[in-house]
Design a protein around this ligand. Sequence first.
Ligand code: TXA
Ligand code: MG
Length: 460
Amino acid sequence: MPFLSSSEGANTTYKSHAKKCMFLFALARISSTTNSFVPVALQSRKLNSSNIASYSKVNRIRNFATMNAAEINTKAKFVSTSPQAIEEAGARLRSGHLVSFPTETVYGLGCHAIDPMAVSRVFEAKERPLTDPLIVHVNECEAALKLWNASANGTDGEIEQEALKALTKEFWPGPLTIVAKASPEIPDIIMANTGFVACRSPSHPIARALIGASGVPIAAPSANKFGHVSPTKAQHVMDDLCMEDVWIVDPDMEKESSSDEHVICDVGVESTVAKVEMLSTSKGRVSILRHGAVSSMEIATCLEKAGLSESFEVKEKMQATGEEVSHVAPGQTIRHYSPNVLSYMVSQERYSNGDIELSDEELNLLKNAVVIDFGKRLSSFKDKALAYKDLSAVGDSNVAAAQVFDTLRWSENIDGAERVFFPEIVVNEDQMIKKEDALILAVKDRLTRAASGVVIETLQ
Ligand code: TXA
Ligand code: MG
């Protein structure tokens, strides 16, 4: 796998109180397990955690918290959201350097999208494989329509243009990324040589101010190290990228106390990714490559309203849980969003009969395990686990989505945590099409990836 090499060694140190550059350590295991771990784990969906542990040797190094803060020399720095700071950050982007900024979904790691050198800096900082393309962020629909080339597929492009206009008008600014044929000016590196470019117009005022100040389209993946949990706070970005030459826009910087902290990325999970492509001169397809806050139902309704339902089919292109999906959306590999602790989903069969009876071995395991629940499915573990949090006790997927990444990062910081358990989330057909439940698919998807798709029947 063409990983760009890390410029930093794994013995780098950082502050202990939550400001840890923990991902430098975790990275070793991601690089070494990404290829080998996934296929083995996914051949069998019903496993127990012991037989998984035998082949998913995670080289967790848990002593970094004790290292001396004075030894560290971080490159990354926080910057404020004052008008002057935003202007300076915009100029920095324009000149080919990196700025991480909040969006309504997650923090992005931004660079000048039309500058291949700047784009390569993002891949390097994230240690992201070059096969995983980036999303270009713009403020106005017109800017995206220029980056797409709707006539590049040999048709007159009219219907495709109509679909792109309808979708951008309906959902932008907001958490929908649209992938379509790219115009020739787009650097190949952004598209991973696919000829298709992804664009999105974020609604977050800071993201919009920064894009405006830069005056250029901004390519921005989530601002985490590749394979780690996506960031929803400035500190999450610092935890992963402290050794990179990046400015991190932090709206809380000027706050008097940390108790003033407020939710910055209020959706909390990444945008829905929809690919628009023509199959012939008159027929096209919209494929949903990643679940986010915009549902496939809403997309179909939008096309219908635009009189395009005869011309476009809308298809979920997500693979069933547990399959390798990189051929669907490059980068949508199952091993994604992983906390730095072995993570598993407890099967629905196991928890659906109310109180879960646990063997002595399972009780012992729970003592060193963190439970991240959803809708009280695993509430009987609460008093037996090392730590327990419910993403939303009432099962509200909006609330759960806003919490999920922060909670995954919380779990890996619990002292003594050896495993993390989540409930398997089963979504029925009716729920899948309802607008208000778009985010339950997103939460299910993120937890499934965090557990590498592994569902277990027994904890030991
Ligand atoms: O909400 C979001 O989308 C955030 C914020 C920062 O905007 N960004 C984000 O970027 O999640 P990233 O790079 O972490 O995820 C982008 C996803 C990947 O799964 C990638 O494979 C897919 O979009 N993607 C990007 N360009 C594509 C293309 N040309 N064809 C197919 N999939 C593409
Ligand atoms: Mg990402």
